[in-house]
Design a protein around this ligand. Structure first.
Ligand code: GLU
Length: 454
């Protein structure tokens, strides 16, 4: 299926409620929207669904914006539903005037009781629309008792169908649903109506969101139709879970992007795993988001929930670093005070598990330290030091030098290379010494081979 059902300029949005830190499941939603917008030259909107004043916090909104920036998908436009209440009120009035939004007065306890009775009779717990039968006198009496109405959207009780970008043709018979409450008794809006009003106002062409919203979609398609707007395309992706299969919770702080960032995971690895896990595409490292965008295929997303394993992320972070071009690393190296340029980066990147590991290798190259020298190797290393060629050094220096050391000492293989590595780097394994040696320079190398601090 193509990304967009209409010929309009593509407009997509990510619409989190700022009630907690976003997790990898939210990142999946955000990335699918942002990358499809980006690859088709469209607009990516960040919309904060913050009509629930009790649970929404400005700090969470700021943290979400920062997380998207870290992932590399800063939005083109940011809107807050709390700024747009007047538009929702106007839409609610229109629906009232059409007879599609009606007042209901049942308390939570009364609704619970009704549902209990329906279940006891083997019936689905669907709202019985008793409020539709209220006369103006009934309403006046209820209001005189101090009751304030909440407002329900009168569904058309029809089959709502759409061609879902992930799930294919979908049908929901809205006669199986309760008329949804759009406005609470205190006048505040639930998410359902504001979302439609905003999607219309912002010209959203495609809504990609988690499959927990499939039923909402049927309701919202009826609201789009009632408000006379074009219905966007819809695609509902599978949800990510913890390795245990437990659903991810923003409230419980599961797999939050900020925790993964603090743990040193690469943003590109988090992005690649969030987008590719639970699809028919293999999970693989990418060089940039452009490459990841080219791999996005809504039709390749599986229907079953997908487990997100942080252990897979460790491996993918390492593999992402192993292919990271210098251009992507340069600013971060500079910020960390790591010099050495492209030659250093290309020498060490294959040995990194985390970006910060580069610092340790930079210290080995550029900061004074003593090598590790076994007593038995002391004479051999002194001889190796005597054979160090004059600078300038380049990528061929290591080979020329070790060939000379081999010829002079008769050592070869591990007996030749291992003591040199330990003396030069103090580590058992690491990047190719052919690449590190020129960065280290002659004076430092010689000092370490002779047992000094160089
Ligand atoms: N605030 C809703 C959520 O976080 C948005 C759903 C949507 O994308 O319409 O699930």
């Amino acid at each position: 299926m193509s990304d967009f059902p209409r010929n309009a300029a593509p407009v997509l949005r990510f619409a989190p409620s700022p009630t907690g830190l976003i997790h990898v499941g939210n990142a999946r939603t955000a990335l699918l929207n942002a990358l499809i917008a980006r690859r088709s030259g469209g607009t990516f909107i960040l919309r904060f669904d913050d009509t629930d004043a009790a649970r929404s916090r400005a700090e969470y909104a700021d943290a979400i914006a920062a997380d998207l920036g870290w992932l590399g998908i800063a939005p083109d436009i940011t809107v807050r539903q709390s700024d747009r209440i007047a538009d929702y009120a106007a839409a609610a009035e229109r629906l009232k005037a059409m007879g599609r939004l009606y007042p209901a007065y049942e308390s939570e306890e009364e609704l619970d009781l009704k549902r209990g009775l329906q279940r006891a009779r083997g019936l689905p717990p669907v709202y019985d629309r008793a409020a539709l039968a209220l006369t103006p006198q009934d309403r006046a009496r209820l209001e005189a008792e101090g009751r304030r109405p909440h407002w329900r959207f009168r569904l058309e009780h029809r089959v709502v169908a759409w061609d879902d970008g992930v799930r294919g043709p979908q049908q929901v018979d809205t006669s199986t649903l309760s008329d949804p409450v759009l406005v609470r008794a205190d006048g505040s809006f639930l998410y359902t109506l504001p979302s439609v009003v905003d999607d219309l106002a912002l010209g959203v062409t495609q809504v990609i969101r988690g499959e927990d919203h499939v039923t909402n979609t049927a309701v919202q398609i009826e609201i789009f139709a009632a408000l006379g707007g074009p219905v966007p395309g819809f695609a509902h992706h599978n949800l990510l879970t913890l390795p245990s299969g437990e659903g991810l919770s923003k409230r419980l702080g599961h797999l939050s992007l900020s925790a993964l960032r603090e743990a040193g995971q690469e943003a590109l690895a988090v992005a690649a795993l969030s987008v590719l896990v639970g699809t028919s595409h293999a999970v693989e490292p990418v060089a940039d988001l452009h490459a990841l965008a080219a791999m996005v295929d809504l039709a390749a997303i599986s229907r079953a929930p997908a487990r997100f394993d942080p252990a897979d992320l460790d491996a993918l972070t390492a593999r992402t670093l192993h292919i990271m071009p210098f251009s992507a690393a340069a600013a971060r190296l500079e910020a960390a005070g790591i010099e050495g340029g492209e030659a250093f980066w290309l020498a060490v990147r294959a040995n990194l598990s985390r970006f910060d590991d580069a610092r340790g290798w930079w210290e080995i190259v550029a900061a004074p330290q003593a090598g590790v020298i076994a007593e038995d190797d002391r004479a051999f290393l002194t001889e190796a030091a005597n054979l160090l060629p004059a600078e300038p050094w380049d990528g061929a220096t290591w080979k020329a030098w070790t060939s000379a050391v081999k010829a002079a000492t008769g050592r070869s293989g591990r007996g030749l290379f291992h003591p040199l590595r330990l003396a030069l780097t103090s580590r058992e394994t690491g990047p190719e010494l052919a690449a590190l040696l020129p960065l280290m320079g002659r004076a430092r190398a010689e000092e370490r081979l002779r047992g000094g601090v160089g």
